[in-house]
Design a binder for this molecule. Structure first.
Ligand code: C5P
Length: 215
């Protein structure tokens, strides 16, 4: 039986009005490389992907690709499928907040100040962590700028994960809009694996090999 892996990737865009949105700098590249590596390993892959300019391998019989825009849509899509997947890799850079009241019309620049109220988005991964099946493996990503290991360890526990892939913005060559990444894998019981700076396809291979070792 093929292993089934659900992967979230890319940013989410949270609309302000018909023209504007709140987004972030994620390109979806790390997620795309994980999808490609999972296909190479002959996994059955469901990719739930936010807006990005990458050309995804949409035509592969082992891949189901679902395009979403907002965190809410990503949550709803992933919720439909997660129970059927033994591995979940949450590489998406999900917006923490969305606009409370989306304007139907383009907002005019009449005033010198504009206030937009934001409300919290669902934490998709934390929700699935709370409802995790015994044999399910859930992997999160953490992008930290300070107290990296401690913050990532807290996330591992709070979201009930099997591992966290930590990227540090302090590492040269790591993070958004780069073709390389430097990761540290964080596991329960203070187990930590530090990897070298590598191309994102090699990082994807390391991540999947690390996950398979947990299995
Ligand atoms: O708490 P933080 O946003 O740093 O956690 C990052 C991890 O949680 C990533 O794996 C990300 O995909 C996931 N996440 C999510 N839904 C959110 C926020 C984060 O699935 N609303």
């Amino acid at each position: 039986m093929k292993k089934k892996v659900l992967i979230t990737a890319g940013p989410t865009f949270e609309p302000i009005d018909p023209v504007r949105f709140i987004g972030n700098r994620s390109t979806g590249k790390m997620g795309l490389e994980i999808v490609l590596e999972a296909l190479k390993k002959n996994f059955e892959v469901k990719a739930i992907v936010g807006p990005n300019a990458l050309s995804w391998p949409i035509h592969n019989s082992n891949l189901e690709y679902i395009k979403v825009e907002t965190a809410q849509e990503m949550f709803e899509e992933a919720s439909k499928w997660i129970d059927w997947y033994e591995i979940g890799i949450f590489a998406a850079a999900v917006a923490d907040y969305r606009v409370k009241e989306i304007s139907n019309q383009k907002i005019k620049k009449n005033d010198s100040e504009l206030t937009i109220t934001l409300v919290k988005n669902p934490d998709i991964l934390a929700h699935f962590g709370r409802n995790k099946r015994d044999n399910q493996i859930l992997i999160g990503f953490a992008l930290e700028t300070e107290n990296e290991i401690k913050n990532a360890q807290n996330k591992l526990v709070n979201k009930n994960l099997n591992a966290i892939v930590l990227n540090s913005l302090n590492d040269e060559g790591a993070g958004f809009q780069r073709s390389t990444n430097k990761i540290t894998m964080i596991y329960p019981e203070n187990r930590i694996e530090v990897y070298d700076l590598k191309s994102k396809d090699q990082v994807a291979e390391d991540i999947l090999n690390a996950i398979l070792k947990q299995d």
